[in-house]
Design a binder for this molecule. Structure first.
Ligand SMILES: Cc1ncc(COP(=O)(O)O)c(C=O)c1O
Length: 339
């Protein structure tokens, strides 16, 4: 196995040692299955400390599952989900939203991966006509698939517009911690005080072995989600191991520490590339840097490091993880410089 870092995705990284230790600590004796264990109980308390007193936590296996199960719970069968064209549910979840969730998506083109009230309103026509799927949910990603972040004002404006038109707001927070670190705000400020209805809080990309957590603020919704999670194949029988990881991630702000390291390394990388005359295509507001590289530079860097092509025009995505170091970044930049 290769013993060096890559810049392909933040899920190429391993598990943070404190999370590994938390898994080992949870690995004692027999406890009730399916979430009726003391770790999942404690997780409710910990999630309420971060997301407010009304929060309910539902751990799931992965981000695609969290999105599909969560959106299903708030979208009626005749409803549609408004999202960006770059949205993970639109580009990276195969047909799971359609086949598993029965979800109709209304995808909107954007410059920076972000929706705005104006963009959302372009889909608000034929309201009340049974011939058109009725826009019912607004799905946004924080951070976005382009590594950009919504400010709290932007989130408030989206929630206000959505609610005005009877829609709910779902936040795909696969990288919610990176957004919190960049914006310097708590989850309460980012999610509860802006009016978001449901969030999928990501663990996998921030140092956990695996797991995401749906967070909702309505007890009736939380109760129906328990059933939908099972129907959607996302109910872990040994749930204590997902819950124990989240407890550790949220304890002593490990989530912030990990996210900040990943973000800082992306900022460093962008700075190093800038010295070579290579500017980021999108603002670097989290742990991803999108740049155009010549084929020669990309090929040279790929001799050592993996990273994704983002389009057919030479744009690549360079992702930093919680364990990316400045040595890794400087080495990648020097390979590009040499080429
Ligand atoms: C924005 C976003 N949402 C969700 C996910 C999680 O997907 P999964 O855990 O199913 O790979 C990802 C992973 O790349 C993502 O980037």
């Amino acid at each position: 196995m290769m013993n060096h870092k890559n810049f392909a995705s933040d899920n190429y990284s391993g598990v943070h040692p404190a999370i590994m230790q938390a898994l080992a600590t949870a690995n004692v004796g027999h406890v009730p299955a399916y979430g009726y264990d003391e770790f999942t109980d404690e997780l409710q308390t910990v999630i309420r400390q971060h997301f407010g007193d009304k929060a309910h936590a539902l751990p799931v296996f992965n981000g695609t599952g969290a999105n599909v199960v969560g959106l299903q719970a708030i979208n009626p069968r005749w409803g549609a989900v408004i999202c960006t064209e770059s949205a993970h549910i639109h580009q990276d979840e195969s047909t799971a939203p359609q086949v598993v969730g029965g979800l109709k998506l209304l995808a909107i083109a954007t410059d920076d991966g972000k929706l705005t009230p104006e963009l959302i309103k372009t889909q608000l026509y034929n309201i009340g006509s049974e011939h058109r799927a009725q826009p019912s949910v607004v799905y946004i990603s924080q951070t976005t698939e382009y590594g950009t972040c919504y400010t709290t004002d932007e989130l408030k404006a989206i929630c206000q517009t959505a609610h005005e038109y009877g829609m709910k707001v779902f936040v795909d927070g696969a990288r919610l911690s990176n957004a919190a670190a960049y914006l310097g705000i708590s989850f309460k400020e980012m999610i509860c005080e802006t009016g978001v209805d449901m969030v999928s809080f990501g663990g996998t990309k921030n140092g956990m072995m695996m797991g995401e957590c749906l967070v909702v603020f309505d007890e009736t919704l939380a109760k129906s989600l328990v059933f939908l999670r099972k129907v959607g194949l996302q109910t872990a029988s040994k749930m204590r191991f997902i819950s124990a990881q989240f407890i550790e991630l949220l304890r002593n702000d490990l989530y912030l520490h990990n996210a900040k390291q990943a973000n800082d390394m992306a900022t460093l990388l962008a700075g190093e590339l800038d010295k070579l005359g290579i500017q980021p295509i999108y603002q670097v507001q989290s742990n991803g840097v999108f740049v155009k590289l010549s084929k020669q530079a990309a090929d040279a860097a790929r001799q050592k490091y993996a990273f994704y092509d983002w389009d057919t025009q030479g744009t690549v995505r360079l992702m930093c993880s919680f364990d990316t170091t400045s040595d890794d970044v400087l080495d990648l930049a020097s390979l590009i410089k040499q080429a």
